[in-house]
Design a protein around this ligand. Structure first.
Ligand SMILES: *[C@@H]1O[C@H](CO)[C@@H](O)[C@H](O)[C@H]1NC(C)=O
Ligand SMILES: *[C@@H]1O[C@H](CO)[C@@H](O)[C@H](O)[C@H]1NC(C)=O
Ligand SMILES: *[C@@H]1O[C@H](CO)[C@@H](O)[C@H](O)[C@H]1NC(C)=O
Ligand SMILES: *[C@@H]1O[C@H](CO)[C@@H](O)[C@H](O)[C@H]1NC(C)=O
Ligand SMILES: *[C@@H]1O[C@H](CO)[C@@H](O)[C@H](O)[C@H]1NC(C)=O
Ligand SMILES: *[C@@H]1O[C@H](CO)[C@@H](O)[C@H](O)[C@H]1NC(C)=O
Ligand SMILES: *[C@@H]1O[C@H](CO)[C@@H](O)[C@H](O)[C@H]1NC(C)=O
Ligand SMILES: *[C@@H]1O[C@H](CO)[C@@H](O)[C@H](O)[C@H]1NC(C)=O
Ligand SMILES: *[C@@H]1O[C@H](CO)[C@@H](O)[C@H](O)[C@H]1NC(C)=O
Ligand SMILES: *[C@@H]1O[C@H](CO)[C@@H](O)[C@H](O)[C@H]1NC(C)=O
Ligand SMILES: *[C@@H]1O[C@H](CO)[C@@H](O)[C@H](O)[C@H]1NC(C)=O
Ligand SMILES: *[C@@H]1O[C@H](CO)[C@@H](O)[C@H](O)[C@H]1NC(C)=O
Length: 659
């Protein structure tokens, strides 16, 4: 009792002495709070430990940032095991988490992570909380302790910036509104008797859906090591990965003894020799150990290694890191590899199995993914390896769900241009569609100029699409003069995209219309087995009939998307790289005409924009779309002309024409 009193006095004194610091560390972290003693269920708490003013110091109290320290606890005080605990902390002062040991924020990416609307933490090293009864009251198994550090904004001392609320989010538990006492917040969550039967039946969390899932299947477990198979599956039909890199964090001193079907980017065992592993595995020959990094980077093997008995021979391995869309080939939308993982004390028994945390996967020129924490799910089933009609279960399985995230700071890597038969100007890619550098510029035939990253892109003559931005300047200015467009003092910057896609309306007649798509590769490397996907407003794609040089399909279930890929037989499955040896450089190119009927959309108006895609995806990456369409002037002469030609003949002829 006197302890508490001293603590309160101390914190008051500290507050009075300094407005910048407030400390209350009198509580023994090992001691259970009194309220926990009376809780039959799950006791949750949040304690703010410490807060200090950060730089910059500002006069505006609301804008001042503070570094804070807090601990959160989840203590199982009931008689049932709590599977995969999930603690929600309702932050409300624009908190940014910088670290959280013992817990992983669900659905947020890397630190620092904004958690201004609250966050759900799940266990990393202790995902399940045992009961006191099963463990003879071993606190280390029945309590998860999460140490949080971060930044928060505002709240003038002596105000104490607490979260709005905390609660246990596991199904079958009900939490009252938490009680707050100074810098502590706590609640006793009780299991809901109505959920009881359900709780007992479902031992595992259901598998989740997501753009890409990773399963961590433990196939064999020994006291000090285990064999695991890691499977990555791409479920999003419009996304893909090329040359993936996978990384995660070992949280319990594990290391990779060997790996098959993939390789670690670093092969170095020195970190083991000087670490805990080196002390424990005194007799191990560490020269045979593959990797001892806490955060290894793993990549797929090249196809040549598939038959290598030492490192290959894993089904679905060795494709240079490609994870294709399920539409292209379901068997190429899965990647697998296996590892032998050695554990460190105190986890030296068969049952102590923990998956690594903080998974991340990335590819070249693909979307960005954010992965959630590993969640224990029902063990995977495999066919019996000798062909018997039996099922083999993994010993333990965890699932990691990765969803595509759109980071605000990163620009896309591809862009779209629009053109049409009725207008001889091309609407180019947006200025800086794929980002700009401060020193971007152009040469106007006399001298170099800085370009304007904020100016609107200027309309181009169609032949300008074939040359790099650096060689377009004179053409652009001449075109503007000819067409009486305004020429700004400082010309807009280029798009800087690796791939650009031109959508050209070829014809528009009573019963249908056609367009030509051209893909340009401005990078020096080629894209093998590329794909592109187009979506239209107002259902224009429902009239999709045929793509002539590519393999196209209409996906009514996926937002009426038109999906196109190159065809091996026509040689259109390669989008070759830019040719460096010419002046000006020539981009790699692929082109096809696409025909549509107006049966379902008789009222569509091409020149009003109905024939232009609203979303274009190249190899999983969403491309930047122009903000205007080619307009049609009052004179509609060309349209009548087109109507008189047999549309199909036109389509075939246009197929042969490259601008
Ligand atoms: C103080 O900062 C907050 C948050 O940045 C802002 O919304 C508010 O307008 C600022 N107040 C003044 C008086 O500048
Ligand atoms: C948080 O706690 C750690 C260790 O207890 C300490 O070193 C650090 O200064 C604290 N940070 C803040 C912002 O109080
Ligand atoms: C928090 O919620 C607000 C309003 O819904 C939203 O604008 C903001 O982006 C959210 N912040 C985060 C980090 O998700
Ligand atoms: C691997 O071996 C199989 C069967 O011998 C063969 O068909 C295949 O082409 C080989 N693959 C490579 C990459 O060598
Ligand atoms: C595999 O990737 C490397 C670059 O990482 C590339 O040079 C090689 O051509 C690729 N091989 C195949 C078969 O795609
Ligand atoms: C994968 O990692 C290697 C080595 O760190 C790096 O060179 C490569 O660019 C990475 N690839 C991707 C797609 O991030
Ligand atoms: C990923 O998205 C799915 C819905 O598509 C959602 O159910 C799941 O919770 C998300 N997972 C993460 C880790 O964001
Ligand atoms: C195109 O631009 C590049 C880079 O500025 C320059 O080196 C080259 O000479 C130009 N080519 C022509 C034909 O103007
Ligand atoms: C083209 O030039 C780039 C650098 O400007 C170089 O990295 C690339 O290898 C070259 N590609 C070819 C096909 O020559
Ligand atoms: C065209 O794509 C479909 C799947 O979208 C595939 O089944 C078919 O084999 C492909 N055809 C060719 C010629 O590549
Ligand atoms: C389909 O459209 C909806 C609404 O615009 C969007 O939320 C969803 O992500 C889209 N699906 C795909 C596969 O693009
Ligand atoms: C062509 O389209 C552009 C962009 O919409 C427009 O500014 C221009 O006036 C059009 N030209 C003609 C001749 O209609």
């Amino acid at each position: 009792m006197s302890n508490v009193w001293i603590c309160e006095l101390l914190s008051l004194v500290t507050l009075l002495v300094s407005y910048n610091v407030f400390v209350c560390e009198c509580q023994d972290p090992e001691a259970l709070p009194k309220e926990a003693e009376d809780c039959n269920g799950v006791f949750i708490s949040y304690d703010l430990l410490d807060r200090r003013k950060e730089f910059p110091r500002v006069k505006n109290v609301t804008a001042q940032s503070w570094a804070f320290n807090a601990t959160a606890k989840v203590l199982n005080t009931g008689k049932d095991v709590v599977k995969s605990w999930k603690l929600f902390i309702g932050f409300q002062h624009h908190e940014i988490l910088v670290s959280a040991s013992g817990g992983i924020p669900f659905e947020t990416g890397d630190f620092p992570a904004s958690v201004e609307n609250g966050t759900t933490l799940v266990g990393s090293s202790l995902p399940d909380l045992e009961s006191s009864i099963n463990t003879a009251h071993d606190l280390s198994q029945i309590q998860a302790l999460i140490q949080i550090a971060g930044t928060q904004f505002g709240v003038r001392p002596p105000g104490i910036p607490m979260p709005k609320s905390i609660k246990l989010e596991n199904d079958g538990y009900k939490c009252p509104h938490p009680s707050v006492r100074k810098s502590s917040m706590f609640a006793c969550c009780k299991s809901d008797p109505n959920y009881k039967s359900k709780l007992l039946k479902t031992k595992f969390l259901p598998r989740q859906k997501g753009d890409l899932t990773i399963t961590y299947d433990i196939l064999q477990a020994y006291d000090n090591n285990y064999n695991v198979e890691v499977t990555m599956e791409n479920h999003n039909p419009l996304s893909r990965l090329d040359r993936w890199n996978l990384t995660f964090e070992w949280t319990r001193g594990e290391f990779i003894y060997s790996i098959k079907g993939a390789f670690t980017r670093e092969m170095d065992s020195s970190k083991c020799i000087y670490g805990i592993a080196g002390q424990y595995y005194k007799d191990m020959d560490f020269t045979k150990v593959t990797n001892c990094q806490k955060n290894p980077i793993i990549s797929d093997l090249p196809p040549e290694k598939y038959n290598d008995t030492e490192i290959g021979k894993i089904p679905f391995c060795c494709r240079n890191g490609s994870l294709y869309s399920i539409i292209m080939d379901p068997s190429l939308s899965i990647s697998k590899f296996q590892m032998q993982v050695f554990k460190s004390p105190p986890d030296l028994d068969k049952k102590s199995l923990f998956p690594p945390a903080r998974w991340k996967i990335m590819g070249v020129l693909n979307s960005d993914y954010t992965c959630g924490p590993p969640l224990k799910v029902e063990p995977s089933q495999f066919p019996e390896p000798r062909g018997l009609e039996a099922t083999v279960f993994a010993i333990s399985t965890w699932q990691i769900v990765c969803n595509i995230s759109k980071p605000k700071q990163r620009k896309t890597r591809c862009c779209v241009t629009f053109s049409a038969y009725y207008n001889d100007s091309v609407v180019p890619c947006n200025t800086c569609a794929c980002g700009c550098d401060n020193d971007d510029g152009y040469y106007d035939g006399k001298k170099n100029h800085r370009c304007d990253p904020n100016a609107k892109a200027m309309l181009l003559p169609s032949e300008a699409l074939l040359v790099p931005y650096d060689n377009r300047t004179l053409k652009t200015i001449a075109w503007a003069k000819l067409k009486h467009f305004r020429v700004p003092k400082k010309l807009p910057c280029g798009d800087n995209c690796g791939v650009s896609i031109n959508w050209h309306i070829v014809s528009d007649y009573k019963g249908g219309w056609s367009a030509r798509i051209t893909l340009f590769n401005w990078k020096s490397f080629q894209f093998k087995d590329w794909f592109t996907a187009l979506q239209f407003k107002k259902g224009a794609s429902r009239g999709f009939e045929k793509v002539y040089s590519f393999n196209g399909s209409f996906l009514s279930k996926i937002n009426n998307t038109i999906f196109m890929q190159g065809v091996l037989g026509y040689g259109t499955n390669y989008l070759i790289g830019q040719d460096n040896d010419t002046n000006p450089k020539i981009p790699g190119k692929q082109q096809s005409v696409i025909s549509f009927t107006k049966k379902f959309t008789p009222e569509m108006k091409i020149a009003k924009g109905d024939g232009f895609p609203s979303k274009v995806i190249f190899n999983g990456e969403e491309c930047s779309i122009p903000t205007q369409f080619p307009m049609q002037s009052g004179n509609r002469h060309d349209v009548y002309l087109v109507q008189e030609i047999l549309p199909l003949v036109l389509v075939f002829t246009m197929n042969q024409i490259l601008f």
